[in-house]
Structures are given as structure tokens and as C-alpha cells.
Design a protein around this ligand. Structure first.
Ligand code: ADP
Ligand code: ZN
Ligand code: ZN
Length: 697
């Protein structure tokens, strides 16, 4: 019998074809089935959508038939379809684009026959073993938290110090869920899998009894074939635990019972291109939708989550999340003492101050490890000619090219333009060009020089290692380097924020932040939050070895020109709650998130004028839509982005802010029509996009 069905296809995000298309079929296909359909000249993957077909009567005769059906798997669940529908609407994208982006890439190019073959070759289930891994006895705080997780439905925010045993809580809660329900699935989200190879090993070891196939990873660094395998395992239910990055929040998991979002404050949970979704926020929505428990965890929660989990106050609406806390470190490993070096009292241009070097010597002399944090890779951020004032500006971006000494290149970190370092000033021919500022390469070099007299017990020189995006470009390099740090082969580790996250460096007793001042006076209102979090997380790398901490007292050193800044006062006391309260008060007074809701409209064009013209025209049309009482929603004027030009493209943005999320959503949805119309008039605009709940303004 011939029927008509709605099918989502990969429509471009802002084409007028934003809804599902209608196709004809002979089969009875349920919503959630995957099909191949003709689209223009192409044949493409489609998803049968629940909505009844909207059939323009005149084109009935032109209705196309679906080509084939990807048989052999159950349809995607109604919950999953709802999740896609919600997320597409919320983040102002087309459902077709969003749905296709959530399916494994190789599925998009597979014929029905290839898919059938793929299914027939799936690995059989690995045997399960009765032998369960040993679990350590719980700390009193862990016991208490787990009891709460068992009693309430959540969502929960677990505020646990670094090293308080949060991961153990995740694993226990997961184990409980998997035991209680024979089919249950658990989703464990982490910011970046590559940064935490230890976690995957820990999960695999703990759940080895479920069989090898029961745990799958899901992240963008996997090959298309691996991603399809993981996706199928999750969809078919053979995977009981999915360990993944932000994209895994959209995995099909029909028996999902628990979602853990580890390091929930981490900005990598926000997708920064295409559909700019927040995996953390979608996790909370998904939990509610599917009745799965949601557990967000961090030592430095985002101020949004902290605010949502504030203490219940009578007469006020109940907090959205239940807050759980684990203030103590396992085994009494002490938290480091904060020491501030006032750089106003140091000789000009000091990179490593004398008191800091003395402290490092002392630690190294006791075979303890030192971690040095500097958020700038390369040797020096700018190359400069003192004769004529030439600087290594990138010809295509509003940024300087960075000097990398290792391969003697000047590299733009925005457009990747790479050139050999000039021998003489390109402007005046001066042979003596110098550097301004310093990056990780320079610190690595300086430390080796300044501490050349310090020897290891066997008389060999100190080993200084560097971990940043440059040193870890090759696959497997990061894991190798981290292992060297763990094995004690490295004495000093220099790195960018990559090294501050999640690692368990047992013998680190001194953590150094060389130059954190930039974030103190940034125009971005989230900069202090990010800095505090980075420093507290970095401090958490020290003193993990309880014996080390108790015996010698570990330390965090900060070199700063603003030693009395409140951020450092809170840091000194390890007082996240105090810091959060102060920041939230400021945000409330300024009407900033989480007390308001924001979206950015961004535009890119060959000229700044063209980009801003589009935005300002959009502002005029948008404002015309606002009723007299606009619910406090404001549309700000267009401004250049802080990185104004990248690869010869000018970028501008415009902020929309509203005290009501609902009102903001309604406004954005209605505005889409204006924007699509405007786009046809403003031909100079190359791209535009809406970013809902942007993380960087
Ligand atoms: P977090 O995730 O909060 O940083 P972890 O769960 O990684 O903390 O725990 C820190 C360290 O303490 C790890 O080495 C872990 O194996 C250990 N640990 C956690 N819970 C316990 C426990 N109940 N008994 C003994 N060791 C524990
Ligand atoms: Zn010059
Ligand atoms: Zn550039």
C-alpha cells in the first residue's frame, strides 16, 4: 500500500527547507527508521520523522519514493527523536542538519546493502566473567553521596574537591545501575578523552566482568569505522557503558539510566561550530526526558550549575539541582598552600623570579616534581624589530604570528599561516630582531639553563618536558608523555592548560602559574571564573600523594602584578563557594547569566562594514517584532569580534539578552525568518550563525 511519510534529510542549516520532506513508500515505516532517499540529484540518508506529512496538494504528483530502508536495527526511539527536535529548536538549527550530525558519519554514505553487510559482520558479544574487580572501601563522604544518589532522582551537582574521589562515586553509581537493571546503559561524559587516558583504563578495569564489548568510547578522534561500531553497540544495547566527549550526549541509548558529566564546568562541552549545543545542558534535558539520573561533577562547577543548586530558601522556587559535596581529599592528601610573588618587586622582564627558582630547587633536590603552567604555546608570541618597530603581524588576521623556535617558524595560531623565521627585519633589513613575551618553549629552555646545576640522584641532568598542542600533535604522543611524567622520568613539566586537567601526577608537590594576570581584567565576564577554575584545578595536581603532601607541604606559586586581587584571596583559602558567591553577586547586579539569557548573532564578510550592516539590519527587523513590553529583551548594537579578522574574513557579532529564557527563545525563532530574508539582500555576508548561551562574548 502506498503511504506518505515525513523524512528528515541533511538540509543546509538555513535553507528554507528546514522541516522534514514528504516521500512516498510501500512499506509501513515507523518514525526513527533510517532510509535512503533522493534529494535533488543526490541519494542521501534520511530519518523517518514522527510529524504527519504536510502535503502541498499541487505537487502531489511529483512526490518521490524512498530508495531503500536500512533494515536490521530497531528504529531510533521516540525519546531520541524528541531530543533531536528539542535541541534543533533550542539552538536554532534545522532538525535535518542536527539529526544527521548526530548520526555516525559513515552511516551517511552507506547503501542499504552495505549496511546489511556491516551488521552481519558485527563482533559477537564478548563473554562475561563472574569475577568482579575489587572496589576500595568507600570514604564516609562517598558513602553519604551515594546514599543520596540512591534516594533522590536528581539532577545532581557533585561538588567534590580534586582528589576527593568523585570518579569512584561515578563508577559505584554506574555499577549499581547496571546491576539493578539487566539492560541498563550508562553514559559517562568527559571533556576531552585524549587528556584522560587513565579514566578509560579505570572504567575498563572496573567493568571488565561485563565483557570487552560492553564498554565503548565515542569521540571525534575515532575513525569513521570505529564510530559506527560504537554507535551501533550503543543503539543495539550491547554497550552498557558509553564513555565519550560532548557528541556522545546525542548517542542513541535506548536503555539509558544514568548520565554522568565529569568536569561539568569545562568549556569543551560547548560545541563551537555548526549547531552550537551544550552537551552539559542537553544531558540535563535528556535525563528529564528519559527518566535517567543526571550527575554533574566538578571541583569548580560552572556558576550556572552552582546557581541552579543553591541552597533551598523558603518562599523561593526550589533549586533545580540537588547539591552534593565532598570537601575532603581521599587519604588526607593536603591541598597546596598558595604563595604569591609580587612581580612589581622583581626586575623588569623577569620570567622566572628568584624566590620561585629557589623553591623549585628545593623540591627538585628532594626528587619531587614541579608543574609549570603557562597559557601560551610557542617560544614568543611576537617577533619584533627595535629599529623600525616592525612586528610579526599575520597578514590575514588581526593577530601576531608566534615564533616557534623548535622548527624556526612564524606561525599564525588562527589561520595556520606558517613561514620560516626571517633572518633580518622584513621592513628595514635590521639583522637583530628580538622577541616580545614568552611561551612554553621559552620557559622550557630557560628552566633547563637556570637549573643546569641541579642533578638527578644518578648525576644526570634534570629532565624538563613540555606538553602543549605542539608537542602532542602526533597521535599517541600525549599518552606517551603523560606516562613519562607518571613514571618519574620527568622532573619539571611545562605546559598549557592541557596539563591542568584531570591528571593524577602523584609526585608533583609544586605547581606554578607563571603569568595568569591577563584574565583578571578581561572584557569577557567569564574570564575570572575560568581563571579561578584553571588555578584551582592546577593546584589539585599537587599533593595527590598523601605522604608527600603531609610530609613536606605542597605549594602553588603564582607570579602576578596583582597579588591582592580577590581571585587569589579565594584561591588561597581554596574557597570555591566564596568565590562563586562574590561572582554571582556581581553578575546579578549586572544582569548577566545565570540571571539573564544570551544569544549572539555572528556574521562574517570581506569587510567589517558589510558584516555589521547585516547585523544592524537584523537588529532593526528584530526590534520591530518586539512588543512595547518586550519582557526586558534587548538587542545590542553590532560590534567587531575580539578576534576581528581571521584568514581575511571580517567578523562581527551582536548580543541579544533577556531575563527570560522562554522569551529569548520565542524571539529567536521568529527572528529566523527575518535573518533568512536579509541574507538574500546582504550578498556580501559569507556566513552567519546564532550562538545560544554563548560561552565567550
Ligand atoms: P577525583 O575524581 O575527585 O579527582 P578520584 O576518584 O580520581 O578523585 O580519586 C582520587 C584518588 O583516590 C584516586 O587515585 C583513587 O583511586 C583514590 N580513591 C578514590 N576513592 C577511594 C577510596 N574510597 N579508597 C581509597 N582510594 C580511593
Ligand atoms: Zn625593522
Ligand atoms: Zn593568520
Amino acid at each position: 500500500m502506498r503511504r506518505e511519510i515525513s523524512v528528515l534529510v541533511p538540509t543546509p542549516a538555513y535553507s528554507r527547507l528546514t522541516g522534514p520532506l514528504t516521500y512516498e513508500t510501500q512499506e509501513d515505516l515507523q518514525p526513527g527508521c533510517l532510509v535512503r532517499v533522493p534529494l535533488g540529484q543526490r541519494d542521501t540518508l534520511g530519518l523517518v520523522w514522527p510529524q504527519a506529512p504536510e502535503q502541498p496538494a499541487t505537487s502531489a504528483h511529483a512526490l518521490k519514493a524512498i530508495h531503500s530502508v536500512l533494515h536490521g536495527i530497531p528504529p531510533l526511539s521516540a525519546h531520541w527523536l524528541k531530543l533531536i527536535d528539542f535541541a534543533a529548536h533550542y539552538y536554532q538549527r534545522s532538525a535535518g542538519e542536527f539529526a544527521m550530525a548526530c548520526l555516525p558519519p559513515s552511516l551517511r554514505d552507506m547503501t542499504a546493502l552495505q549496511f546489511e553487510r556491516k551488521l552481519s559482520r558485527l563482533k559477537p558479544l564478548a563473554p562475561v566473567s563472574a569475577e568482579k574487580a575489587l572496589q576500595p572501601p568507600l570514604t564516609p563522604e562517598q558513602t553519604q553521596v551515594l546514599a543520596q544518589l540512591a534516594q533522590h532522582s536528581g539532577p545532581f551537582l557533585l561538588h567534590g574537591n580534586t582528589g576527593s574521589g568523585k570518579t569512584e562515586v561515578y563508577l559505584r553509581r554506574a555499577a549499581r545501575m547496571l546491576e539493578d537493571t539487566p539492560q541498563a546503559q550508562v553514559l559517562l561524559l568527559v571533556p576531552e578523552i585524549n587528556l584522560t587516558p587513565q579514566l578509560e583504563a579505570r572504567v575498563r578495569q572496573r567493568f571488565a566482568h561485563l565483557g570487552e564489548t560492553a564498554i565503548v568510547a565515542m569521540h571525534s578522534a575515532m575513525t569513521p569505522a570505529q564510530r559506527l561500531n560504537s554507535w551501533l553497540a550503543a543503539h543495539l544495547g550491547t554497550a552498557r557503558i558509553v564513555l565519550g566527549t560532548r557528541l556522545a550526549v546525542l548517542a542513541s541509548m535506548p536503555e539509558l539510566k544514568l548520565i554522568v558529566v565529569d568536569e561539568e564546568h569545562d568549556p569543551s562541552y560547548k560545541q563551537q561550530e555548526g549547531a552550537r549545543y551544550s552537551a552539559r545542558d542537553l544531558a540535563v534535558y535528556r535525563g528529564q526526558l528519559e527518566g535517567a539520573q543526571v550527575l554533574l561533577g566538578s571541583a569548580t562547577p560552572s556558576l550556572e550549575s552552582w546557581h541552579h543548586s543553591r541552597a533551598a530558601v523558603e518562599g523561593q522556587p526550589a533549586p533545580r539541582y540537588t547539591r552534593l559535596s565532598m570537601p575532603s581529599r581521599v587519604g588526607d592528601g593536603a591541598l597546596p598552600m598558595l604563595r604569591r610573588v609580587d612581580m612589581n618587586n622583581q626586575p623588569r622582564k623577569t620570567l622566572l623570579s628568584a624566590p620561585l627558582l629557589a623553591a623549585m630547587r628545593e623540591r627538585l633536590g628532594r626528587q619531587e616534581q614541579v608543574l609549570v603552567l603557562l597559557n601560551r604555546r610557542g617560544y614568543a608570541p611576537v617577533l619584533h624589530c627595535a629599529e623600525c618597530g616592525w612586528k610579526s603581524e599575520c597578514p590575514h588576521c588581526s593577530a601576531y604570528r608566534v615564533f616557534h623556535k623548535g622548527d624556526r617558524t612564524l606561525r599564525c595560531h588562527h589561520c595556520s599561516l606558517t613561514q620560516a623565521v626571517p633572518r633580518a627585519c622584513p621592513a628595514c633589513g635590521n639583522q637583530d630582531i628580538g622577541v616580545l613575551g614568552h611561551g612554553t618553549e621559552k620557559v622550557e629552555e630557560s628552566l633547563a639553563e637556570l637549573l643546569a646545576d641541579v642533578k638527578r640522584p644518578d648525576g644526570s641532568p634534570l629532565r624538563v618536558a613540555r606538553i602543549d598542542a605542539d608537542s602532542t600533535r602526533l597521535k599517541g604522543e600525549l599518552v606517551k608523555q603523560l606516562a613519562q611524567v607518571h613514571d618519574g622520568e620527568v622532573d619539571i613539566l611545562v605546559g598549557t592548560q592541557m596539563v591542568a586537567k584531570g591528571h593524577d601526577f602523584r609526585r608533583v608537590s609544586l605547581v606554578v602559574a607563571l603569568n595568569p594576570d591577563g584574565a583578571l581584567f578581561s572584557a569577557d565576564f567569564r574570564a575570572p571564573e575560568r581563571l579561578f577554575s584553571l588555578l584551582l584545578q592546577a593546584a589539585g595536581r599537587a599533593g595527590r600523594d598523601a605522604q608527600l603532601g603531609a610530609a613536606q607541604g605542597c605549594e602553588m606559586w603564582v607570579q602576578t602584578f596583582h597579588p591582592t586581587h580577590p581571585v587569589f584571596e579565594f584561591l588561597k583559602r581554596h574557597d570555591f563557594a566564596g568565590f562563586a558567591a562574590q561572582q554571582l553577586l556581581e553578575r546579578e547586579q549586572a544582569g548577566l547569566p545565570p540571571f539573564s539569557f544570551q544569544a549572539l548573532l555572528r556574521a562574517e564578510a570581506r569587510t567589517q562594514q558589510a558584516a555589521q550592516d547585516f547585523l544592524n539590519a537584523a537588529k532593526a527587523l528584530g526590534e520591530a517584532r518586539l512588543p512595547a513590553d518586550a519582557g526586558g529583551l534587548s538587542v545590542y548594537p553590532a560590534v567587531p569580534m575580539s578576534m576581528q579578522r581571521v584568514a581575511n574574513v571580517e567578523r562581527a557579532q551582536m548580543l541579544v539578552e533577556s531575563p527570560s529564557r522562554k522569551y529569548l527563545q520565542q524571539f529567536l525563532a521568529a527572528w529566523q525568518d527575518d535573518l533568512q530574508q536579509l541574507r538574500t539582500q546582504h550578498k556580501a555576508v559569507l556566513r552567519w550563525a546564532i550562538d545560544v548561551d554563548p560561552l565567550a562574548i
